[in-house]
Design a protein around this ligand. Structure first.
Ligand SMILES: [Zn+2]
Length: 178
């Protein structure tokens, strides 16, 4: 099942609303890029790399020492998010927006399975965070703006600090052809 089949229309509209609200709090419009670091400051989130966390559980440390992970919330209050510094800048943006998606949707923090060292993620939460993360990066109205300006996928990606893959994903799930 695709993400749009798994998530209700109502939920997806709510995500666009949250994205608009967060931009509004920063006096940004739908067509303005929203850098992850700006949203991090707004949410009082501290973004860390694994090296900045000295007291990391050994099995978590093993997991973090690979390319197989993107980012994760390690503390809720204060909000600390660990991010994989090996990823590209566009990937960093989408990784962090996904985590902010969890925060804004008030998902419960994920625990690590002590036997495998892997995070015990709930797929429905992951799907929701991915969807909201995409809205935060490129709102539907931002995508329409880019279409009106006849921007290419590449130009749109650069404008929103996103990957071209993210532009295509947003185009697919919103039905806005770019
Ligand atoms: Zn997640």
């Amino acid at each position: 099942m695709t993400l749009t089949e798994k998530l209700t229309t109502e939920f997806r509209q709510r995500c666009e609303g949250i994205a608009t609200e967060q931009r509004g709090l920063l006096n940004l419009r739908a067509f303005n890029p929203l850098p992850a670091d700006v949203l991090a400051a707004q949410l009082n989130a501290k973004i860390l790399t694994p090296e900045q966390i000295p007291s990391l559980d050994p099995c978590v440390a093993v997991l973090l020492d690979s390319d197989q992970w993107s980012a994760g919330i390690i503390n809720q209050n204060p909000l600390w998010i660990v991010n994989n510094p090996r990823h590209t800048p566009a990937r960093r943006e989408s990784n962090l927006m996904h985590e902010f998606g969890h925060v804004l949707l008030k998902h419960k923090i994920v625990r690590f399975d002590p036997s495998t060292g892997l995070p015990l993620r709930r797929q429905s939460d992951e799907d929701e965070a991915t969807y909201l993360g995409g809205c935060l990066q490129i709102p539907r109205r931002g995508l329409l703006w880019a279409v009106q300006r006849q921007m290419t996928q590449t130009e749109t990606a650069v404008h929103f600090n996103a990957s071209e893959e993210m532009v295509r994903f947003r185009s697919n799930v919103t039905g806005v052809n770019i």
